[in-house]
Design a protein around this ligand. Structure first.
Ligand code: NAP
Length: 246
């Protein structure tokens, strides 16, 4: 194992939207960012980071493939000797009202949004505990806090993340590993581009700050939680939602 003093972050779902903005933010803060998405999807994010003179690498891993996740974590450790930050951000929606929701849509959303976070956290915990330092940040959603018709699967996965992270935070705090959640509101990305304009306008009208969030708004919160300034914060849910849910 090569010992390194350079801080290393893993960001899942780094190819687009919120995860891409988080990867750019952490790289600008001086971390080497391991960008994860399917196939070669995260390559463009890595090109941008490198073009700005920062360090990053792209890995094609499906976050629901536990073996591939464990393999990547072992590989990162072998090459860099440490993992300082995990941002579990990859997520999907399969919206449908309960009466019409297919079991497969429930399973897919839970597997990607919740079970994959379990896999990633379990894989990075040992090295973080050994280091006596680590930051785990999971991306939940305002929907996990307030519910949303048509998103029972998504809301369950995002609410589940909150309980999961609070429990994990209690387990590993004595080792100086912090575990926090960022809960975005309605954010401009591919995920919300699919929502009809009328529905989006209705949602936006419920946002006291009067606009949708940007991926950069969320990345700023994650950047803070990953920084030295947040060393005394654990088990928290930081809502970045324009006041949509207080
Ligand atoms: P997005 O634009 O749809 O991007 C989703 C990201 O997740 C992509 O990078 C995608 O990578 C990755 N991903 C999905 N399934 C994957 C899998 N099985 N394996 C590996 N990577 C996978 O979504 P977003 O809006 O940026 O959302 C990011 C996170 O924020 C999600 O957890 C979402 O639930 C949460 N969130 C979003 C909003 C919002 O309004 N946008 C609000 C609250 C919370 P590929 O390139 O491989 O597809």
């Amino acid at each position: 194992m090569t010992a390194s003093t350079e801080r290393v972050a893993i960001v899942t779902g780094a190819s687009r939207g919120i995860g891409r903005a988080i990867a750019l933010r952490l790289a600008a803060a001086g971390l080497r960012v391991v960008c994860v998405a399917r196939g070669t999807n995260a390559a463009e994010t890595v090109d941008v980071i490198r073009g700005r003179g920062h360090q990053a690498e792209s890995h094609g891993v499906d976050v629901t493939d536990a073996e591939a996740v464990e393999h990547l974590v072992a590989d990162v450790l072998a090459r860099h000797g440490r993992i300082d930050v995990l941002v579990s951000n990859a997520g999907i929606t399969r919206d449908q009202l309960m009466l019409r929701m297919k079991r497969a849509d429930w399973d897919a959303v839970l597997a990607t949004n919740l079970t994959a976070s379990f896999t990633w956290c379990q894989a990075v915990l040992k090295p973080m505990i050994r280091q006596r330092a680590g930051r785990i940040i999971a991306i939940s959603s305002v929907v996990g806090q307030m519910g949303n018709a048509g998103q029972a699967n998504y809301a369950a996965s995002k609410a589940g993340l909150i309980g999961f992270c609070k429990s994990l935070a209690r387990e590993v705090a004595s080792r100086q590993v912090t575990v926090n959640v960022v809960a975005p509101g309605l954010v401009e990305s591919d995920m919300t581009r699919a929502i009809a304009e009328a529905a989006k306008a209705d949602w936006a009208s419920q946002i006291p700050l009067g606009r949708m969030g940007t991926p950069e708004d969320i990345a700023a919160a994650v950047g803070f939680l990953a920084s030295d300034d947040a060393s005394y914060i654990t088990g928290q849910v930081l809502a970045v939602n324009g006041g949509m849910y207080m």
